[in-house]
Design a binder for this molecule. Sequence first.
Ligand SMILES: Cc1ncc(C[n+]2csc(CCOP(=O)(O)OP(=O)(O)O)c2C)c(N)n1
Ligand code: SF4
Ligand SMILES: [Mg+2]
Length: 351
Amino acid sequence: MTYLTKPRLHHPTLQTNKVGYTRRDYEGRISTLCAGCGHDSISAAIIQACWELDIEPHRVAKLSGIGCSSKTPDYFLGASHGFNTVHGRMPSVLTGANLANHDLLYLGVSGDGDSASIGLGQFAHAMRRGVRMAYIVENNGVYGLTKGQFSATADQGSKSKKGVVNSDSPVDLVAMALQLGATYVARGFSGNKAQLVPLIKGAMEHGGAAFIDVISPCVAFNNHPGSTKSYDYVREHNEAVSRIEFISPRSEITIEAAPGEVVDVRQHDGSLLRLRSLHTDYDATDRHAAMNFMQAHQARGEVVTGLLYVDPLATDLHTSLNTTTAPLNALNAPELCPGAVALAKLNASLR
Ligand SMILES: Cc1ncc(C[n+]2csc(CCOP(=O)(O)OP(=O)(O)O)c2C)c(N)n1
Ligand code: SF4
Ligand SMILES: [Mg+2]
């Protein structure tokens, strides 16, 4: 019910994290989505990840487009910065915000319609430019908000609720992200929170463009036999590459697992991605191998999940543009506009 407000009071003994917040401090308003919608499980995973990472909510900027998925930032991180943009335009608005203030952690939330149809160009350029963000697509294979039309990620041959067969080839955002140069690429499933929370944590702390495609069943329009984005289908066809554990530089590193089974990937900021390989020959730092592995399994009808690729030394758009250490929005007028003499000198250097 949209008119219901969440009580702010909570039990005084609720556990707090290192920055003094309870898990409830990372929640948002009551969800208005259909009961059982995968998107609500992703919101719960985002809340859990941010709480466990000890992120102060005001350090996060959450941006989205339009769709049921893009409504979800209202249901988590109620104390963070938020911008519900135009359909398909989240990446460009986020890029602008990130350029103005690189001190925030950017979380982009989108849908398969939002990112693979109207926003495909925007998605592509955010990935290839290396905009530092955790970009999450809540992928249900349909336009949920406008009542269940096939989206561009619907598999060829999959059936709509009314029995119509999709004849178009699907856009695979994971394959595109890999090809476009994203430096952290994963696929998750809204029904597997244990896998999703560490994937989100790794993406939030990653030093470049991090993309997670989360299969997120739409219970109203795409959860029937014949759909390849239903709970049953994904559970039956899921093929996980690894179990991931995220250890932030602030945590004590305690576990030492048997060599061979576990690969530790240390990122720029000192955080550790510990990958327990389910496929012993899978190397998550090899972009081409990731593409081949995924496509070979896809051809067998399997949905590969887990951390598919990571470049631990990734840099971002600010590095490429050589921007100032201080965020642009913190500079004063003379710093932003050095005056006519400096401009004349610059012009002369370009002649
Ligand atoms: C410019 C524009 N075109 C079309 C629409 C209509 N519209 C709203 S949401 C949507 C699709 C949403 O699908 P998706 O991104 O997959 O989100 P979901 O609802 O499935 O989570 C469309 C086509 C719009 N709001 N704005
Ligand atoms: S229509 Fe589908 S995507 Fe939208 S809230 Fe309902 S179940 Fe979720
Ligand atoms: Mg959708």
